[in-house]
Each structure stands twice: as structure tokens, then as C-alpha cells.
Design a protein around this ligand. Structure first.
Ligand SMILES: Cc1ncc(COP(=O)(O)O)c(C=O)c1O
Length: 412
């Protein structure tokens, strides 16, 4: 078995916060090196942040260069080229107008909600409510929790969360039409094409496009939370590029900085920015807003996305994941599906379906023992590989999971 260590670290999203954890010594490309020298495939891309691979020399060099010239400056009074260039490049790529810097996915969502609600207060004061999809997950800050599905995660804080209208995940448009026609909805927040934490639930671009058109018809601001889907996961740079309609606000984080340092970004279109260019103030900011080292990492990552080789790798992973579906289906996996580089399936098992199903512990330890680091969402298992993952290793992961399905998980 892989050895685990106890420390004074209070770990996130872990029921027994002091339970032992596996110590990682280093990481390179798609692999983590554990303390006992074993190399394991980072099949969650380290909670969906890795993209080009750990310790990528081009990104590391850009970060080192930036760290030795300018790391952080008060961002309300000063600016710098890395932040300006990043804002220019990302707004050009998405058709947005402005970029507001924050710290992570949750704060990118908080900022989007504040912009949308401030905008509505000025132009449609009767519209004060926010809508979201059932099963949504947008982060752990209070605003982000409010627009996320009510769950065990948020239960202790439920009375402190603001009231949100949740739309059905399947066939949301008729309910949206009814809700929005009441004229009280300021904004709707959507994870485009993939609801990650809900259990890697995928839906087609047509539904996304219909949702945006319905919101437009009723003057409802559209927020796309691309914290997870951004930067190639769905097979295109951004999930919003699968449709013609554009959102008003886009939240970015995770792979934004190629998994090197944290940063959040909220992109706003011209309509959203208008009141703020006319004198309104967004009273929001963080100490590390516009961190120059994070910007340098993000710029280096964008450079890598400009290389055809990156997109060849992504397409090869998309194809390999699609091909892996038959291997897993043959082994008894349920509802095997892929979207871009993500492959997911359910394991048929007793107990609660979803995040709190205990089989995840067996799957994790079984897989880790075989060189594969996964973190199932309960009985939903997924592979979310960094783009540099060798195809043979990805195929081997399909086999490891298929072997687990056919025999070992029952025996552990
Ligand atoms: C879609 C989405 N939005 C927001 C977040 C929150 O991001 P962070 O954990 O960086 O605060 C996550 C995290 O998993 C996410 O998947």
C-alpha cells in the first residue's frame, strides 16, 4: 500500500481533517512522484488546475523571470505590462471588453455576481434575483455557495445564503422562460457544457445556446463559470466557443495559470462595463489582485496554447478518451461518457448515489496502488488528464479502471 503521513495540516474537503495523506515529493509532466519514489499519473490534473503539465520548463522560466523583477504591486494605483497584456489577450480571445483580477475560482464568481447585481440595480432595479442550475457548483465563498446547489457542503450555512432560483438541469429552457418572464431575474450563472462537481454531468451546446438566447430575450445577464471548462478541457479553448451566442461575464481560474499559482479573472463585455466607465465603482479587490507572477504564468500558458502541438495533444486525448469508453462499458461501467478530454462513468453500487458514496475510497486506493491518482465524486469516476499525458498511460488508466470494475473493487 502507499504510505500516508499525519501532519498539522488541516486538509480541505476531507471529512476527517486530520486523517493521513499521501506525501508528494515533486511532479513533472503528467506524473506525481510520491515520497517512496513511486510515480503516479495525475489523472485529476490536480483538482483540474494542471494543463500543460507540472514543472513545464517554459512556464517555470517565465515565472522565475517575473519573480526576480516584479511580483506584486498595489493594483488600485499602479498597473504593469503582464496584467495589461493578459487582459488584452484574453478579452481578444473571448470577445469581452475588460478583465477584473481576483484570487481563485470562488472570487472570480463573487466578482461576476457583484458586477451583474450592480449593473441590474442601475439599469433594471426591479430585477434583483439570481438563477442557477440544479446541481451547480461555483465555489465555497458565501456568494459562490449561494448560487451552488444546496448540499452537505453548504448545509451548516444555509440560512446565511441568499435566495436563488434553481432551474432544472434537464430541459432548463421552459422553466427559464417562465421564471425570466416575471422580470425579477438580474442574472443567471451557468457552468457551460459540464457540471463538474455535480458528477461530470455533460449537456450539448444546443441547450447552452438556447439558455443564452432565453436570457437575452428577457434582458437577463448571463454569467459563464468557465473556471473548470476554460483552457481546452472541452476540446476548444473555452466552452463558450461551442456556441455563437456570447455571455456577458466569464469567470476563469484553475488552468488560467497552468496550475502554477492561484489567480481568478472575471471578464466583462462592454454592456456590463458601461456603468463603470461612466463613474460607478466596483468596491472590490484583494491584496494580491493582479499578481505579476501569476500573470506571467498565464501569459506563458497562452503562448503554449498558440503552438499547434498543444492542440494536437489535446485532440489526441479527446480521441483516446472517446475510444476508452468501449473498454469501460465492456467492464460494466454505467453511463460512460466523454466531453473533450474528460471521461466519466458511474459505478453501479449500493448506498447513496453521488458524492457521498463510500466506494470512492476503494477506487482511490486501488488505483493509487496501480500508479493512477484519481478522486472519484462518490460513485462517479472520471479521468481529467493534463495535456502532456502520454497516450499509452491514458489507455493504461482505462484498463486499470476496467480491471477494478470487473473484479478488485468488490474484494478490497
Ligand atoms: C465551475 C467551478 N467554479 C468555481 C470553482 C471554485 O474555484 P476555487 O476552488 O478556485 O475557488 C470551481 C472549483 O472546483 C468550479 O469547478
Amino acid at each position: 500500500m502507499v504510505e500516508k503521513v499525519v501532519s498539522r495540516v488541516w486538509r480541505p474537503f476531507t471529512p476527517s481533517a486530520s486523517a493521513p495523506a499521501v506525501r508528494v515529493l515533486s511532479a513533472e509532466g503528467a506524473f506525481l512522484t510520491l515520497e517512496d519514489g513511486r510515480r503516479v499519473l495525475d489523472a485529476t490534473s490536480s483538482w483540474w488546475v494542471q494543463s500543460h503539465g507540472h514543472a513545464h520548463p517554459y512556464v517555470a522560466a517565465a515565472v522565475a523571470r517575473q519573480a526576480s523583477s516584479l511580483c506584486q504591486t498595489l493594483f488600485a494605483d499602479f498597473t504593469h505590462r503582464p496584467a495589461e497584456e493578459l487582459a488584452e489577450r484574453l478579452t481578444a480571445m473571448t470577445g469581452m471588453h475588460r478583465a477584473f483580477f481576483s484570487d481563485d475560482g470562488s472570487t472570480a464568481v463573487e466578482v461576476a455576481l457583484k458586477i451583474a447585481l450592480l449593473h441590474a440595480a442601475l439599469v433594471r432595479p426591479e430585477a434583483r434575483r439570481v438563477a442557477a442550475l440544479e446541481g451547480a457548483y461555483h465555489g465555497d465563498a458565501f456568494g459562490a455557495m449561494s448560487v451552488s446547489a444546496r448540499s452537505e457542503f453548504s448545509r451548516p450555512f444555509e440560512r446565511l445564503l441568499f435566495d436563488v432560483d434553481f432551474l432544472p438541469f434537464h430541459d432548463p429552457v421552459p422553466a427559464m422562460e417562465t421564471l425570466f418572464s416575471r422580470g425579477q431575474t438580474a442574472a443567471v450563472i451557468i457552468e457551460p457544457l459540464v457540471q463538474g462537481t455535480a458528477g461530470m454531468r455533460f449537456y450539448p451546446p444546443q441547450i447552452l445556446s438556447d439558455m443564452v438566447r432565453t436570457a437575452r430575450k428577457h434582458d437577463v445577464t448571463v454569467i459563464f463559470d468557465e473556471v473548470m471548462t476554460g483552457f481546452g478541457r472541452t476540446g476548444k479553448m473555452f466552452a463558450c466557443q461551442w456556441i455563437d451566442e456570447k455571455p456577458d461575464l466569464i469567470c476563469l481560474s484553475k488552468a488560467l495559470t497552468a496550475g502554477v499559482v492561484p489567480m481568478g479573472l472575471t471578464l466583462a463585455n462592454e454592456r456590463m462595463f458601461e456603468p463603470f466607465s461612466a463613474g460607478e465603482t466596483l468596491w472590490h479587490g484583494h491584496s494580491y489582485t493582479g499578481n505579476a507572477v501569476a500573470c506571467a504564468a498565464a501569459l506563458a500558458s497562452l503562448d503554449l496554447f498558440e503552438q499547434p502541438e498543444t492542440w494536437r495533444q489535446i485532440q489526441a486525448l479527446v480521441d483516446a478518451q472517446a475510444a476508452g469508453k468501449s473498454v469501460l462499458t465492456a467492464a460494466g461501467a454505467q453511463n460512460v461518457r466523454s466531453c473533450g478530454v474528460i471521461l466519466a462513468f458511474e459505478v453501479e453500487t449500493d448506498g447513496p448515489q453521488g458524492y457521498f458514496n463510500e466506494i470512492k475510497h476503494k477506487i482511490k486506493s486501488y488505483s493509487l496502488h496501480r500508479g493512477l491518482a484519481v478522486r472519484p465524486l462518490g460513485n462517479t469516476v472520471y479521468l481529467f488528464p493534463p495535456y502532456c499525458t502520454p497516450l499509452d498511460d491514458l489507455r493504461r488508466s482505462h484498463e486499470i479502471l476496467a480491471e477494478g470494475l470487473t473484479n478488485a473493487w468488490r474484494q478490497i
